[in-house]
Design a protein around this ligand. Sequence first.
Ligand code: FRU
Length: 306
Amino acid sequence: MSQVKSVLCVGCTVIDFVTINGSYPKEDTDRRCLDGFWQRGGNASNVSTVLRVLGCKVDFFGMLSRSDAFRVLLDDLCKREIGTKDCPFTERDPPFSSVILAQDSGTRTIIHCNKDYPQTTYEDFSKINLAQYGWVHFEARNTPHTLKMMQSIRDYNQRTGQGIIISLDFETRYEQNQELCAPCDFVVFSKELAGQLGWKTPRQSCVELAAKIPESGPKPVFICPWGSAGAGALDANGNYYEMSSYKQDKVVDTLGAGDSFMAGFIYATLEGQRSLAESVDFANRVASHKITGFGYEHISQLGLSN
Ligand code: FRU
């Protein structure tokens, strides 16, 4: 393992109940799936998993639960040596997702059940010793608290001369979460959300996002993964890069491909000290390798040098 500082992933951990189906089921039918499994999921939680599989030191920060149903999530975090020392606990049942994998189309359909599960607050976050981290990654949620958490990292960097990098995984609620972009170094914006906003290409999405950042401050790098079309990235100086994807003959499991992209990008940038274009390329490689197998374990076959 390298001497680079740890990554902290802030967000949610949930149970994913995954069924593998030949095709997407018809409504109001009763059928058997081909196979199934459950695993720890959630965006920041998956990013933590893939970072660990790639060889990073990682902590997760999110609301954990004392409910029996949550035990498997705690066990998995512990088994993978993903640190949770600063996480608060609730008695509530964990959020979960029903995930339908359809083999003929290669789609993954996620139905998420959150039940107003409590989120971590800025007060919880403020107890963390930031000195151990080189990178803090956030999900775009819980906007007022997340904004304060990000700001506190910026303040910490200024006070101490440290350069903790901040990244954001932006997948939902554009209007509400838009203000989370400005304090970040890197924003990864989802193709699905870009489509909802009428943005037709990764370049257009990056440009639209950058235009919203006040001229007075530094601009984050915007990255838009675009499925089989690869990914685009716009840096703070206005340079745009487009990196093509790695085509795979067999698509087995696309659940968490976006989270794997994110982890690949963090790993290449932080551990590998790679350039923006190289890191996006590696992220494409991780995401496209992810979909060739179930879960995340097989990603361990990838490295920056192979
Ligand atoms: C995949 C994922 C799943 C989870 C869902 C939450 O990106 O993190 O693991 O069920 O999204 O929205």
